[in-house]
Design a protein around this ligand. Structure first.
Ligand code: ATP
Ligand code: MG
Length: 324
């Protein structure tokens, strides 16, 4: 029986901007089970990182309004104080950022930085160092012992990302949030890093929230997918639901835009029109101005969620009408 680990319930995040509030995330709900790889895909600026940062209370302070619930192991961590959250950050929920150089301290060896995290759990220095070497081998770091003694600037981008993954795994978190973990890497290294994430999931039953705009990665590793547009999830389902039976016009357009033969390797293409900037939270579908099937009702009313199957849902006034 799969057990629920994380559940977002109607998460809304508004950023304070010069001319009011920008609705960056609106009514986002989804859940991730233990050991599941859940991908969030969407164009740049659609709110993916905002969701990740809300979970770990990493949003800039006093600059946003967050509403809704973030249940982790059944507790609403959105209500936690920063101090309460401190006990979860790193230990229960780890995060890999897009650019690992920003997250590593330039003046310490990478091995020392990984060992520091391990020693937080009252582990001796020698034992921590042994674990670092084991982790470096787990993440397929070439020449593990030597690399543990290297400084961040002495490593390649792929090696640094391996350090970040080792650092997260050192504390065997139940959930790993990977925000575009491979964007800065070339394709072969990207594939290796994803295989590591996948095999670690298999070994430790770690759940992974994988944020990406690369559909190839999604097809390769994810179990379930949420498709985001302008702060909202428009469709979610299993990888098979999304790739083989997309229902929302936006998902369909995205799928069409992927080159046929290389569908599973394709990056998210941009489609005509601009993502609206939502400073006032007007009702209606946010994709309406780019949707080939838009109707009057789409401008004025939010679309209800339609369940295709127990695992597959989408929000659209077109309902089940299957226009191509
Ligand atoms: N601190 C902030 N203050 C004001 N607006 C912000 C802030 N951070 C993000 N935004 C805006 O919120 C929206 C969502 O941004 P977010 O970084 O979550 O997008 P994203 O999907 O992660 O994009 P990318 O794929 O480029 O990383 C964007 O319109 C962005 O400009
Ligand atoms: Mg982002």
């Amino acid at each position: 029986m799969s057990e629920e680990l994380l559940r977002l319930n109607k998460l809304c995040v508004d950023y304070k901007v010069k001319d009011g509030y920008l609705s960056a995330v609106k009514d986002v709900s989804f859940s991730i089970n233990k050991g599941e790889i859940f991908a969030i895909v969407g164009e740049s600026g659609c709110g993916k990182s905002t969701i990740a940062h809300s979970i770990l209370h990493l949003l800039p302070e006093h600059n946003e309004i967050i509403k809704g619930n973030i249940f982790f192991n059944g507790e609403d961590i959105n209500q936690y104080t920063d101090k309460q959250l401190e006990s979860i950050r790193g230990k229960e929920i780890g995060m890999i950022f897009q650019n690992p150089i920003d997250s590593l301290n330039p003046v310490y060896t990478t091995g020392f930085q990984v060992a520091e995290g391990i020693m937080l759990d009252n582990v001796s220095k020698t034992e921590a160092w042994n674990r670092v070497i084991k982790l470096y081998n787990d993440v397929k770091m070439p020449d593990a012992e030597k690399r543990a003694q290297s400084f961040p600037h002495e490593l390649s981008g792929g090696m640094r990302q391996r350090v970040m993954i080792a650092m997260m795994l050192a504390r065997t978190p139940k959930l790993l949030i990977a925000d575009e973990p491979t964007t800065a890497l070339d394709v072969t290294i990207e594939a290796q890093i994803l295989n590591i994430i996948k095999s670690l999931r298999d070994e430790y039953n770690t759940a992974v929230m994988l944020i990406t705009h690369n559909f190839g990665l999604v097809a390769e590793v994810a179990d379930n997918v949420a498709v985001m547009y302008a702060g909202e999830i428009l469709e979610q389902g299993t990888v098979f639901d999304i790739f083989d039976n997309p229902k929302h016009p936006y998902t369909k357009l995205l799928m069409k835009a992927l080159p046929r033969k290389t569908k599973k390797e394709g990056r998210l293409q941009t489609i005509d029109g601009n993502v609206p900037r939502l400073t006032n939270d007007k009702p209606g579908c946010r994709f309406e101005n780019r949707c080939p099937y838009a109707m009057d009702i789409c401008k004025s009313n939010d679309a209800e969620k339609i369940m295709v199957t127990e695992s597959h849902s989408f929000n659209c006034h077109m309902g089940g009408v299957d226009k191509q």
